[in-house]
Design a protein. Structure first.
Ligand code: NDP
Length: 602
């Protein structure tokens, strides 16, 4: 043990080795051979789980055979920000294709009661300054986010050429025409010079692959397709139709944490089936102070976004503008380690990070004890892993819900639900009869890109994207793929991963805009990465990922670590390992070179 660890350990009121061992034990209980294969894909008999419950009617229209300049697939934040930046750069013919009935993406689908964003609204909602908008609360709720998405669509006139209720089924590069041909489930054949794929990172709901799941006779749905006709109420709660119902909810991730307080209040009885508890930090939401809003100076949103992003990537700032649970861990570290940028001994940082994390998670576990009255329930609700092994949650009503007499935590000690029967759910060898099962079981993450997208892409010489990426993603900057000219991929794979997703999307949109503007102004007909540039980028991604490898392996399973099975492919599909700010700086430096290095231009 180093001198530093001995010194720090002497000052601690816990033993780091004991915690390390406990974390290992808890992780081992949850490791399973089937990893990502444990889930049931929502296809065939299960496809009704992804029907759109929010559209009033299916819009009938004739199939379209036409051409535009740029097609953007996906009308969520990624597509909207791209559309907005393209409009600002003077692009008129921009078409967004979206399978939902409106813009909003994840916020179109996730309308469950209590749905809200854990990232501060002032940095999360894109284009606030451009729209002259300040959100109502520090943590905005889903209806305001959905409305903001529509406002972006209106402000930038993106509805003009958008197609909703339309799902892309395939894409093909037409070499002779130098165009993409995009096919949809409406029989459309749309041509475009450029395509941006912004399918969303968590767009495809998944179900647990539990024996008997199709036998169940009661009512059932996934949280991302909330059935208010059955539950009554709305996104603000008041689920009055559940007053005589016994409800079972499977899953205790970020979604479940937000809807469980409403289910607890509404249902006659609620059974919460838990495999791994989430860490539940303080929320402390509050309305926006009108004086503060009026005092904001031009450039305030970008400044705040960058401040947050620097802090959550481990950087130093003069002042923490956001001051919330996300930035707290790094504040802890600063005060603990006298961590001061260039004077820091970087070799000590991982150890100090771990200690700061232990301290923080001890607070999280103490918080459970201080709120949950029943000791056995409190013990079961304590998370035993490092904070960023799973997505941290922030809520002030979730834990008190377990003090209600009608709410029962069914903890499965890491094993999960065993089976589903005609009448209910089996866990720990016992059957719980319920009128309704709600799956809060999340979204596909580690599966093939084209499976999650719902379509394959055929590039030059008949090469399919699914084949090209069969052994892992290959790209330049996460954006361009050799063999697929004029195609842009918007995702955090091989690109920037941030806590505040829209920040990375905006950086990506601006980068694409720069390239598209050059193509327009310099009459460039195609761009694609050279083989050398693509190979070098993949190499860089793999070599940088080693920084993170030990951490991922030590974590409890979840979608952050490919369900406990990080492997060369999942690592290759990961984000740029130095963090988002270095990635953003790299993109800026690349643009400043002016000649688009690494891209083959015709
Ligand atoms: P998650 O993937 O985070 O959670 C799925 C849950 O289902 C986990 O608790 C998982 O347990 C559980 N589960 C899966 N299979 C079984 C089984 N067989 N038996 C029992 N439990 C099972 O999905 P969410 O929808 O909660 O969240 C997805 C993401 O969406 C978040 O990580 C976040 O990025 C985003 N989100 C963001 C919000 C925001 O505020 N901005 C709010 C809500 C979601 P286990 O942990 O053991 O795998």
């Amino acid at each position: 043990m180093s001198e530093l660890s001995t010194q720090v350990d002497e000052e601690l009121d816990f033993d780091p080795d004991v915690l390390r061992e406990k974390y290992r034990e808890e992780r081992d209980k949850r490791l399973r051979a089937d990893g990502n294969e444990q889930y049931q894909e929502v296809v065939g008999d299960f496809s009704n789980y992804i029907d759109d419950p929010y559209i009033e009617e299916v819009v009938e229209r004739e199939p379209l055979k036409d051409e535009t300049d740029i097609i953007v697939i996906g009308g969520g934040f990624g597509g909207l920000i791209t559309g907005a930046r393209l409009r600002e750069a003077g692009f008129e013919r921009v078409r967004i294709i979206e399978k939902g009935g409106d813009f909003g993406g994840t916020w179109y689908w996730n309308r469950y009661p209590g749905a809200a964003c854990d990232t501060e609204s002032y940095i999360y909602l894109p284009l606030c300054e451009e729209l002259g908008f300040v959100p109502k609360e520090k943590y905005t709720h889903a209806p305001e986010i959905l409305q903001h998405s529509r406002n972006i669509g209106n402000h930038y006139d993106l509805y003009r050429e958008a197609f909703f209720q339309t799902e892309v089924t395939g894409m093909e590069w037409l070499n002779d025409e130098v165009r993409w041909l995009v096919r949809t489930n409406r029989g459309d054949e749309m041509r475009a010079r450029f395509v941006v794929m912004s399918n969303g990172p968590l767009n495809r709901p998944k179900l647990p692959g539990i024996a008997g799941i199709s036998e169940y006779r009661g009512h059932t749905f996934h949280t991302s397709r909330w059935d208010y006709a059955y539950t009554g109420g709305g996104p603000e709660g008041n689920l009055d139709k559940l007053a005589d119902k016994r409800v079972g909810i499977i899953g205790t991730g970020a979604t479940a944490v937000q809807c469980i307080p409403h289910l607890g209040r509404g249902a006659k009885e609620l059974f919460v089936f838990q495999r791994t508890p989430s860490s539940i930090d303080v929320r402390a939401n509050r309305p926006t102070d009108p004086e503060w809003a009026a005092s904001l100076k031009p450039g305030w949103q970008r400044e705040r976004m960058e401040n947050f992003n620097t802090l959550t990537s481990g950087g130093i700032v003069e002042e923490d503008l956001v001051q919330d649970g996300w930035t707290e861990i790094i504040r802890n570290l600063i005060s603990m380690a006298n961590y001061r940028g260039k004077d820091t001994d970087w070799s000590k940082v991982p150890y100090l990070m771990e200690i700061a994390d232990f301290k923080h998670m001890n607070q999280i576990r103490d918080r459970v004890d201080s709120i949950v009255e029943d000791q056995k329930t409190a013990e079961a609700l304590k998370p035993w892993y490092r904070q960023f092994c799973k997505r941290p949650c922030f809520h002030d009503e979730y834990l008190p819900t377990f003090n209600r007499e009608n709410v029962h935590l069914i903890d499965t000690e890491g094993k999960g639900v065993e089976a589903i029967t005609e009448n209910g759910i089996v866990a720990n060898g016992q059957e719980y009869e319920v009128d309704c099962i709600i799956f809060a079981t999340g979204f596909e993450v580690g599966t093939e890109y084209t499976r999650r997208a719902g379509y394959d892409v055929v590039g030059q010489d008949g090469l399919k994207l699914s084949e090209k990426w069969a052994d892992g993603m290959r790209s330049l900057h996460g954006l361009h793929v050799r063999g697929f000219p004029n195609l842009f991929v918007m995702s955090n794979s091989q690109a920037a991963f941030t806590t505040n997703f829209p920040h990375a999307m905006d950086a990506c949109a601006k980068h694409m805009c720069y390239i598209l503007t050059k193509c327009r102004d310099e009459n460039i007909s195609t761009i694609q990465p050279t083989r050398e540039a693509e190979d070098a980028w993949v190499e860089e991604i793999i070599s940088l990922s080693r920084y993170n490898e030990d951490f991922l392996v030590s974590c409890t399973p979840g979608y952050y670590n490919n369900e406990g099975q990080p492997n060369p492919k999942s690592i290759q599909n990961g984000a740029y390992g130095k963090g988002s700010n270095p990635y953003f700086r790299k993109m800026v430096a690349w643009r400043e070179e002016g000649n688009m290095p690494g891209l083959e231009i015709t």
